[in-house]
Design a protein around this ligand. Structure first.
Ligand code: ADP
Ligand code: MG
Length: 399
């Protein structure tokens, strides 16, 4: 197994899970934008259904290509349909059951990553509030989670969920806390046996209702804006990660006198643009940025390549080479559950970047995780001993 120490040893499997599960990969094609329309760019993507995607790559010299993914969503797909059909609901259910889940969007700048994850950035730029129709996966996930928690509590009144959130940005290989930006500009990424990789001193507020968590998102989006001189350039080069920790305490279904705690989480990652960053000629900051961005995305690409190759999968995976991959290590080939949304433009103009994104998507589909419920190992041991005792007692009754 390629997963790192920390994840497997410390948080034990709660039951019969731990079976291999492929990373789920879906593709979203955005509508042509004004520039592409004005240029009368040829549309090169078609989605005939059943997860098929055809790309006419002839303008950039390639042959037409056919792909199959876990879902392909065309330009007409609404934000609502995306949430309903992309597979995120399964991740949210699993996060509530105690699994570590990650949804991430990747693709070139302008392909619709932020639109998919949080909705259009313009939604956060004025005070008019969010347009509900345009809300992305995150806001819809919040609503779904509160709804599901309500249902679970009605079914089992002993259930208590404690919800906490963190929101960070990785820019230039520096981790910034988007909920506490004034603190320190570069928080260290550390590793511990209990937690695996984590960011030290990240502000992690608890929240109890939908308004609080919406406020957390808005605060983070706001701070992302404030901290950047050139918003478009900044957002195309930074990775953001919003994580909801869902600690669930509930009575053991087999023995109501015992409580167990599961530590589920759902993480939403909006990756930096995957386009090849051109060599920057200028000295100083700009040059550093180029190098570091290459490092983070390059490392992610290297990890995905290695994990997708059955011969290399069990060998060394270079997670430790960048902050991004350290923090994503459990969702790639680890014990988490992962959804990737590959975002692409429909236009011939972007054909080569689109093909590049799809090549990664194909590789990502081959990555296998072994999802495990995250529970304290001692608690798990007690639980299994109690079950064993109960079994022995019931056997004795028949003797
Ligand atoms: P990225 O985050 O990948 O750089 P954005 O999400 O910011 O790209 O999208 C670029 C522009 O295209 C934005 O104005 C966004 O609102 C628009 N856009 C992206 N995807 C869609 C979509 N599916 N439907 C409508 N507009 C979209
Ligand atoms: Mg973006």
């Amino acid at each position: 197994n390629s997963s790192l120490p920390g994840s497997n040893d410390s948080l034990a499997d709660a039951g019969s899970d731990g079976e291999e599960d492929s990373v789920r990969v879906v593709v979203r094609i955005r509508p042509p934008n004004d520039l592409e329309n004005n240029r009368k760019d040829k549309v090169i993507t078609q989605c005939p259904g059943k997860g098929a995607l055809w790309v006419d790559n002839s303008t950039s010299g390639g042959r037409p290509k056919q792909f199959t993914f876990d879902g392909v969503f065309g330009a007409e797909t609404s934000q609502y349909q995306m949430f309903e059909s992309c597979g995120i609901k399964k991740l949210l259910d699993m996060a509530l059951d105690g699994y570590a889940c990650t949804a991430f969007a990747f693709g070139q700048t302008g392909s619709g990553k932020t639109h998919t994850i949080t909705g259009p950035m313009t939604m956060f730029e004025d005070d008019t509030g969010q347009d509900a129709e345009l809300q992305g996966l995150i806001q819809r996930a919040f609503l779904y989670l509160f709804d599901s928690i309500g249902q679970r509590k009605r079914r089992d009144p002993s259930t208590v969920y404690t919800l906490r959130a963190t929101y960070l940005e990785i820019y230039n290989e520096q981790v910034k806390d988007l909920l506490n930006p004034a603190d320190r500009p570069n928080l260290p990424v550390r590793w511990s046996k209990e937690q695996g990789f984590y960011v030290e001193n990240l502000f992690c507020p608890e929240f109890e209702n939908i308004d609080d968590i919406m406020a957390v998102l808005e605060e983070g989006m706001h701070n992302r804006h404030v901290g950047s001189h050139n918003l478009n350039e900044h957002s195309s080069r930074s990775h953001t990660m919003l994580t909801l920790n869902l600690d669930c305490e509930m009575a053991d279904p087999d023995d109501a006198s015992t409580y167990v705690t599961k530590h589920g989480k759902i993480c939403f990652v909006d990756l930096a643009g995957s386009e090849k960053v051109k060599e920057s000629k200028s000295a100083g900051d700009a040059l550093v940025e180029t190098t570091n961005i290459n490092k983070s995305l390059l490392t992610l690409g290297n990890c995905i390549s290695a994990l997708s190759d059955p011969k290399k999968r069990s060998g060394h995976i270079p997670f430790r080479d960048s902050k991004l991959t350290k923090l994503l290590s459990d969702s790639l080939g680890g014990t988490g559950v992962t959804l990737m949304v590959a975002c692409i433009s429909p236009s011939a103009y972007n054909a080569s970047e689109t093909m590049n994104t799809l090549r990664y998507a194909v590789r990502a589909k081959r990555i296998k995780n072994k999802p495990l419920v995250r529970m304290d190992p001692r608690e798990k041991l007690i639980l299994s001993l109690q079950r064993e005792l109960k079994r022995l007692r019931s056997e004795n009754e028949y003797l």
